[in-house]
Design a protein around this ligand. Structure first.
Ligand code: C2O
Ligand code: CU
Length: 550
């Protein structure tokens, strides 16, 4: 087995965006961070050394972490943070996955600047199930704040109000044409006429789902969340924070002398204000060297793509429904056909009582909260995985997470009188190999809103989705158990529901949360504990000796 070694020095670096320079937290001084590249089956060892004043952890988003839960990364879930001056080696093997994933900080809001792509190539001599691209290009969507984002979120938590929004969205770290310094701050994709490119799209934005499009070009979606899908030909891709989407781009414009704008803009359904800036880049055709002389100083026409309305939920639902697994002999869809345990969780916003150390500015000393089943998750002081592994759950977590919401009402109608949520560090315990069916219903209590729910440690199959209230008598009969999308992040539709299935065959503690960072901060998160199996190869090994201490 090949091991790919990486060293991540977490350090401050001055970076200029929107014509202003600020000091940000980076890996090795790079923003966006370095690319990790491996083949399916390789082992990856990343030594993370913390040289900054903040506590840090890194998460390998979408990596299944089969029996390597200690390397998953979410702070206080699978590990205590790496403190200033300390280091930790994340050690894991890529099993049964190939495609695009990504890494990001998993503590507070540090992932604003700490993120980068993970490219997993197929095993040697194994081709893609689509035409071999001429070139592969990671494209990471993100955002940029002029302010220090740790201060932004800390202030929001103190006041109980919504945090400030970002100042721009970015493509590969660059805002593009919105910047007054656009000459230096625009991502350019130069292509050769006639060639096919594989764009590895990653949405690393903090709080916005994004539409992505390139003027006058059709994109073919071939992979989502590191799982091949049936090709979808489209002008617009919808991608939620946490998701990755590979698309093929054929450079065959009839008008290769134009400048084609690459655009990414939010899809936003929530009542909270969002940053509606469009990040832009440019697609340019390489000219044969002779003619380049002539066209050098000529102003080329700028072609701009058309994107859906910012709150186009119909587009979103239709796009998500089109994503289907290949489900063929080479890449079968291993959908659990039977279900051992069914869960119905509500997800949404509410309000909660302000705690003692806050000065909340919400009405009657309340703060904005977000919850699953009306429980807003409270971060423990030591890592749940440690507490579970060493049988020290007392005072750390409880296992009384409601398996059904404590209230029943019309989720798309009038909100209930009481929109207070409770709080706690509650988990669900699953015996090894439990086949789980989980329905996630948007509560719409403070307005309907889409929530990209991300599950660590597993991919789930999206067997159903719909608008309005989930109907347990009618909807399951329409579930797709043949070729559902297999993903690690799925949007709970605004004012609707999504049903997923997964097999709990990976022992450990697995975080599940909304990937809109503001909702996570407000408590839209919970954890699953998957117990060891009976056989020796079904147990989580003990932690590595350098696992950080709290
Ligand atoms: Cu992409 Cu829990 O994270
Ligand atoms: Cu959310």
């Amino acid at each position: 087995r090949i091991t790919r070694h990486y060293k991540f020095n977490i350090k401050m670096q001055n970076v200029t965006r929107l014509c202003q320079t600020k000091s940000i937290v980076t890996v090795n001084g790079q923003f966006p961070g370095p690319r990790i590249i491996a083949r399916e089956g390789d082992r990856i060892a990343v030594k993370v050394v913390n040289h900054v004043q903040y506590n840090v952890t890194i998460h390998w988003h979408g990596i299944r972490q089969v029996k390597s839960g200690w390397a998953d990364g979410p702070a206080y879930i699978t590990q205590c943070p790496i403190q200033t001056g300390q280091s930790y080696v994340y050690n894991f093997t890529v099993i049964g996955q190939r495609g695009t994933l990504w890494w990001h900080a998993h503590i507070s809001w540090l992932r604003t600047t700490l993120y980068g792509p993970i490219v997993i190539l197929p095993k040697k001599h194994v081709p893609y199930p689509f035409p071999q691209p001429f070139k592969e290009v990671p494209i990471i969507l993100g955002d940029w704040w002029k302010a220090d984002t740790e201060a932004v979120i800390n202030q929001a938590i103190q006041t109980g109000l919504a945090p400030n929004i970002s100042d721009a969205h970015t493509i590969n770290g660059l805002p593009g044409l919105v910047s007054n310094c656009k000459a230096k701050e625009t991502f350019k994709l130069k292509v050769k006429p006639g060639k096919t490119y594989l764009l590895r799209l990653i949405n690393a934005a903090l709080n916005d789902e994004m539409f992505f499009s390139i003027a006058n070009h059709t994109l073919t979606v071939v992979e989502a969340d590191a799982v091949y899908v049936k090709p979808i030909s489209t002008n617009i891709v919808l991608i939620t924070p946490g998701q990755t989407t590979n698309v093929l781009l054929k450079a065959k414009s009839k008008d290769p002398n134009a400048n084609f704008v690459i655009a990414a803009r939010p899809y936003a359904t929530g009542p909270a204000s969002f940053d509606n800036t469009t990040a832009t880049g440019l697609l340019e055709y390489k000219k044969p060297s002779l003619s380049s002389h002539n066209s050098k100083n000529k102003k080329l026409p700028l072609l701009i793509p058309v994107l859906p309305k910012f709150n186009d939920t119909v587009f979103a639902m239709n796009f998500n429904k089109k994503v289907r697994s290949l489900a063929n002999a080479r890449f079968p869809a291993k959908v659990p056909k039977t279900v051992d345990k069914q869960f119905f969780f509500t997800v949404g916003l509410g309000i909660s009582k302000c705690s003692k150390n806050q000065q909340c500015q919400g009405p009657n000393n309340t703060r904005v909260s977000a919850a699953i089943n009306n429980v807003s998750f409270v971060m423990p002081n030591i890592a749940l995985l440690q507490a579970h592994f060493f049988n020290q759950s007392k005072g750390v977590y409880t296992t009384d997470f409601p398996s059904n919401p404590p209230f029943k009402f019309n989720y798309t109608g009038t909100p209930p009188n009481n929109i207070m949520v409770s709080s706690g560090t509650k988990v669900v315990v699953l015996p090894f190999n439990t086949s789980v069916e989980l329905v996630l219903q948007d509560t719409s209590i403070i307005g309907a809103e889409s929530h990209p729910l991300h599950l660590h440690g597993f991919n789930f199959f999206i067997v159903g989705q719909g608008n309005g209230n989930f109907d347990p008598r009618k909807d399951p009969s329409k579930f797709n158990l043949v070729d559902p999308a297999e993903r690690n992040t799925a949007g709970v539709p605004s004012g609707g529901w999504v049903a997923v299935r997964f097999l709990a065959d990976n022992p450990g503690v697995w975080f599940m949360h909304c990937h809109l960072e503001v909702h996570t901060s407000w408590g839209l998160k919970m954890a699953w504990i998957v117990q060891d199996g009976k056989r020796r190869n079904q147990k989580l090994p003990p932690p590595p000796s350098d696992l950080p201490k709290c």
